[in-house]
Design a protein around this ligand. Structure first.
Ligand code: PMT
Length: 399
């Protein structure tokens, strides 16, 4: 999928430099032509001989080759590339890139590059969360560079935390998405809600439901793969988004979800409400654990806000608002009623009667219904494939 793509891989002085060898190999395996530029400290971690053996090209470190005097033109390199990836990117290189400190071949080439630039930070957790690193990364984002968020886990220091360079396969998948799906939704802001809500009864109990978040997360990832900037407002789930440009906002209760959804909807172009929101919450929260008495326990429930309906009331003409209908019977009729009542542009009906669909599993079977009553019926598919259908449906609406 990266056939004939010309990629500059910048390697800096981090223990994660060994991963760059795997990354170079994976890029080449996917059809890319790779030119490596390494910083002087990068060479302390991985030898240029290994890297040039993998790419079939001399590794560039200096502005010229000492014995021949051959000059390496950063400008030509910057124009040659279809993409530039700096992986691993140390705090120091990020700071230089953010501030235009062109004291080595890599940063000089970065400043000349016309192609999209991807930066995969790798550093210790405290360096990563230091305000100066945060500011520098934000600066790179503001220049239009793509930050490939580091992952959380055991770090070279022995500490546990965020700072591990993303795995090479994920970086390749990200580039693949970038080139193959294009930038269909570039510049669009998308809000997705996902997962269940928990409505607290006491410190140990809550009212919840079986939503795993899989459907909503797949939708968030599918929009992100088309270049959208996605905010995923998520109830409590045990999964992660696979996409670097999905920003997750964690909430627990329906009221918290409502506040977050209202905030992000105000700036969103598209919203898909996939969360299984509890319609009711206990009227009173008991600060102490409710004791068993042998008697019946009466819980009084009060209605939660209908988040989709609230967004539907403030929806602007150019915004697209989609919702789900989770039904056990009279699916179509109920879905159409929800579509109208909540002022949605379209609704995605899934029914518990369809085996293998809805909660928990990896598949779903949906029917999309629009304001004109037109229906698109889809077969049972993976949630990732259903998510793509929803993205395609949305793109067709805004075309
Ligand atoms: O998370 P998974 O395990 O992958 O399962 C996916 C799913 C089955 C949860 C998902 O496909 C789904 O159907 N989500 C919507 C569940 C739901 O609450 O449906 P509903 O018919 O009760 O609600 C209709 C719409 O209003 C939904 O868009 C819902 O998010 C929204 N709603 C509902 C209640 C409420 N108080 N506020 C809302 O915004």
């Amino acid at each position: 999928m990266l056939i004939n793509k010309r990629i500059i891989l910048g390697i800096t002085g981090s223990i994660a430099a060994y991963k760059a060898a795997y990354l170079a190999r994976a890029l080449i395996k996917n059809g890319a032509e790779v030119q490596i530029i390494i910083t002087p400290s990068g060479k302390e971690f991985i030898t240029p001989v290994t890297l040039s053996a993998l790419t079939g090209k001399p590794v560039i470190c200096d502005f010229f080759t000492a014995n021949t005097g051959e000059w390496h033109s950063h400008v030509d390199l910057g124009l040659w590339a279809d993409a530039m990836i700096i992986a691993p990117a140390t705090a120091s290189t990020i700071a230089k890139m953010a501030n235009g400190v062109a004291d080595n071949m890599l940063v000089t080439t970065y400043l000349s590059a016309k192609a999209p630039v991807f930066v995969a930070p790798a550093m210790d957790l405290d360096m990563f969360r230091h305000p100066s690193t945060i500011n520098n990364i934000n600066k790179l984002r503001s220049y239009g560079n793509y930050i490939i968020e580091p992952t959380t886990g055991k770090l070279a220091s022995g500490l546990d935390g965020k700072g591990r360079m993303e795995e090479p396969e994920k970086i390749v998948a990200l580039l693949d998405d970038f080139f193959s799906k294009g930038r269909l939704l570039a510049g669009k802001k998308v809000l997705v809600t996902a997962g269940p809500t928990y409505e607290k009864i006491d410190p140990v109990r809550f009212i919840g439901n079986y939503s795993s978040g899989k459907m909503g997360y797949a939708i968030a990832d599918a929009f992100a793969a088309c270049g959208a900037e996605v905010t995923l407002v998520s109830g409590p789930v045990n999964i992660e988004s696979a996409h670097h440009s999905v920003t997750r906002v964690n909430v627990e209760s329906a009221r918290q979800m409502c506040t977050a959804a209202e905030e992000y909807f105000a700036v969103a172009d598209i919203a898909v409400m996939c969360a299984a929101v509890a319609d009711f919450a206990p009227r009173d929260y008991s600060a102490g654990k409710i004791k068993r008495t042998g008697e019946d326990l009466m819980l009084q429930l009060v209605p939660n806000p209908d988040i989709a309906a609230k967004l539907g009331r403030v929806k602007r003409k150019e915004q697209i608002l989609a919702g789900f209908a989770l039904e056990s019977e009279n699916g179509e009729e109920n879905a159409v009623r929800k579509l109208k009542n909540k002022n949605l542009d379209f609704i995605i009906l899934n029914t518990l009667a369809d085996k293998g669909a809805c909660f928990g599993g990896d598949n779903n079977k949906v029917t999309i219904i629009n304001q004109l009553g037109e229906q698109e019926v889809y077969p049972l598919k993976s949630k990732a494939a259903v998510a793509q259908d929803i993205v395609v449906y949305t793109i067709n609406l805004i075309k």
